[in-house]
Design a protein around this ligand. Structure first.
Ligand code: SF4
Ligand code: SF4
Length: 169
C-alpha cells in the first residue's frame, strides 16, 4: 500500500544534479517497453518515475525496484521527453543509501570493492592468460599492488564510502 506522500520529495530529487528532468515525464511508457530488467522482473521504469513525481518517498526508496535497473541506458536513449532516467535513478539510490537502504547485491559489490579494490575479481584463468602474454600475473593496480590498494582504501574511507555500506536498519 502507498505510504503518505512527501509533497517536497519531487523537488528534493529535482534539486540534485541529475534529477532536474523528473517533472518532464508524461508517462508514455516507452522506458518500460525498452527495459530489459522489466522483462525478467516486476520492475516498471515508468511507475518508479511516477511514484517519485507523486512524492511517494517511502514506496520509491524502500522498493526493491530501485535496484533492478542495470543502468543500460536503453530507456534514456528512447525517452521522447529527454528525461534523464538513469541519472534520476542514481539520485534516488543515493537518497536511499543515505537512509541505510541498499540491495544486498549492491552492498556486497561495495564491500568487495572496499576489500579488493575492484568489483570484478582476477581469477586463476585470467592470471594464466596474462602470464602467457608475458605479463605479470597481476596488474600494477589495486589488484596487484598492495600500496595502491591501501591508498585506494584510504580514499574510500576518507569519503565515507565504508560508512555507507553499514546496515542501518
Ligand atoms: S519514456 Fe520518458 S516520458 Fe515516457 S514514461 Fe519513460 S520517462 Fe516518462
Ligand atoms: S537503464 Fe535501467 S531502467 Fe533504463 S532500460 Fe536499462 S535497466 Fe531499464
Amino acid at each position: 500500500m502507498a505510504k503518505e506522500p512527501n509533497p517536497k520529495f519531487a523537488d528534493e530529487v529535482a534539486k540534485q544534479p541529475g534529477g532536474e528532468t523528473l517533472s518532464l515525464c508524461f508517462q508514455c511508457g516507452t522506458c518500460t517497453g525498452s527495459c530489459p530488467s522489466g522483462r525478467m522482473t516486476s520492475y516498471r521504469t515508468r511507475k518508479l518515475i511516477r511514484r517519485a513525481q507523486l512524492g511517494l518517498e517511502e514506496d520509491v526508496l524502500k522498493s526493491p525496484d530501485l535496484w533492478a535497473c542495470t543502468t543500460c541506458y536503453a530507456c534514456m536513449e528512447r525517452c521522447p521527453r529527454g528525461v534523464d532516467i538513469v541519472d534520476i535513478i542514481t539520485v534516488l539510490r543515493n537518497m536511499a543509501v543515505k537512509q541505510g537502504i541498499m540491495s544486498d547485491e549492491h552492498r556486497k559489490v561495495g564491500e568487495y570493492l572496499l576489500k579488493n579494490g575492484a568489483t570484478i575479481p582476477l581469477n586463476e584463468k585470467y592470471e594464466a592468460i596474462r602470464e602467457k602474454l608475458g605479463l605479470s600475473r597481476r596488474p600494477a593496480t589495486t589488484l596487484g599492488d598492495k600500496k595502491a590498494l591501501e591508498d585506494f582504501q584510504k580514499i574510500l574511507k576518507a569519503t565515507g564510502f565504508d560508512k555507507l555500506l553499514e546496515e542501518k536498519q
